[in-house]
Structures are given as C-alpha cells and as structure tokens.
Design a protein around this ligand. Sequence first.
Ligand SMILES: [Zn+2]
Length: 230
Amino acid sequence: MYWENVRQQIKGLDCIEIGGPTELFSNLEHNSMLYDVIQSIDGINIFEDNPFQDINNKEYTPYGSLKGILFNIDAAGIESASTLNKKYSVVLSAHVLEHIANPIRAITSWKNLLKDHGFLLIIVPEKSHCFDINREYTQFSHILDDYNNQTDEADLSHLVEIKNKSAFPPRFFNLAQDNYKARVLHHHVYNLETLRETCEYCGFKTLYSFNNEKNKLQNIYLGQLKGWDA
Ligand SMILES: [Zn+2]
C-alpha cells in the first residue's frame, strides 16, 4: 500500500538515479515498480564498469523507452557537478547509501540536484534479510560523527566488524582491500529510524518510511526537500 503512495508521488516527474539501473524499479514482482510511471531519467554512476553493473556507454536506458544521460561521477560527493544543480524533481537511490562512508556528505550533495521541494527516494537493505544480519544497527550519532570527522570514502574502520560479524560474500573481501576503488563494503547498517534521522538532518521532510511488506529486504524512505516555508 505504501509503495503505491510512493509511485503516485513520483509519477510523471523527472528523475536522476544514483547507482542504477535498479531491478527493483523495473520488475513488478519486487513490489517496487517505478520506472514505468516516471517522465524521464538520467543516471549517475561512479564507474564505467563496476562489480555490480555493466555500463559502458554514456546513455542511461534503465527501462523501456526511458533514455537519459549517464554521468560518471562519484556520488559520495557531487558538490562540483554544478551543471546539474536544481535540474531534477527526484533523486532515486537504491542499495547505494550503505556503501557510502560519509552518508550526510553524500545526501547533502545530492540535494544540489533537486529543484525546490524535490523528492528523495532511498532504499537500503534491511539487515535481517541480508548478510549484515549479525551486525548492530548503526546509530544516527555515528553517522553524524562520520560527517563531523570528515570521514572519507577510503575509510576502512568498519572492516573488522564486517569480517567478524557479517556473512559478506568472500569474493568481495579482496576487492574490499581497495574499497575506495571497489565500493563493495556496507559501511553502515540502517534501520528505518537511522535512515529517517539521516535524511531529516540533511533537510528533508519525511513523507514515507517503511519496510516493503512484500519484499522485506527493502527499507524505503521518501522525503521532500524543505523550502523556506516548510
Ligand atoms: Zn562509519
């Protein structure tokens, strides 16, 4: 039910997706179909080729006739991509935020992409349905520390915990030694509360925050950029 509300909110809008394309948005069976109702989409991806996607051109064609531009930018901090400032009504990002060492820095920079009162849709994995199951949920205070300490994306301070507590796929551990390049680690483990607190700190008003009842791996957040009148 909640997802239908999200769909209605985003329907007909111009979007930019960070770290896609996303199967979740293109396949009905995940209960999070989205690409079919949006008006347009561009993409941001850090790599031309990365361990998760096969992207080798400058077009972004995630679904059907949707065809946008793919920008190869490090989304952990896109402060310098000023040509994209205030160009979009929606920022989409699924299964990306947990790979970012300094989430507040990232989301704060994503805000620059948004028009006034634009929307932010973030999906992160719920640990009880993935290999992070034995790790503790990250507290918002830690996320804030990472911001205040200017933690950078080469940070490996969570690696010991991941090695001890996570069922992180072994084939990724070699890549994790140079995580700045590979970005495979889940630095943080989000529940809905930490996700919401993080986005609200960055200036978003929460519209929906829920676990997808038909696909419980997905913790979903939809917020709207606060304006001067919010
Ligand atoms: Zn951290």
